[in-house]
Design a protein around this ligand. Sequence first.
Ligand SMILES: [Zn+2]
Length: 133
Amino acid sequence: MSDWSCRACSAKATRPYRYPPGPDAYCGSCGQSLTTQERGVETLRGLLAYLERNGLSLPEAHDAPPSPPGTPSAPFLTVEEVASLLRTTPKGVYARAARGQLPGAVHVGRALRFRRSELLSFLSEGRAPSSRR
Ligand SMILES: [Zn+2]
């Protein structure tokens, strides 16, 4: 049984929305599980919490320039990390990045990397960047 409530049920009960306890959480009131986007965010949140607990940061790419002191550490995600966040394959990540559907894509040398902050806010907003012009 879950004592976590989804956004809608929290609003109905006029309780403040709490972040789900984990990527496999489901709503105790309506049984709704997390959306793919929320799950991605939770996966990332869990990863970051794990790294923090262990005094680690995300692995730096070998070819990424070292972060200057005073800036957030490990600002980039690898294609593999993004793929597991999005529950897709590295190929899928490349394809979506090529279509401009993933924000924060940046080439480091020949490797594709993603700015963690941009991708994270994209995931938490739960929408694709619009292609309006
Ligand atoms: Zn609910």
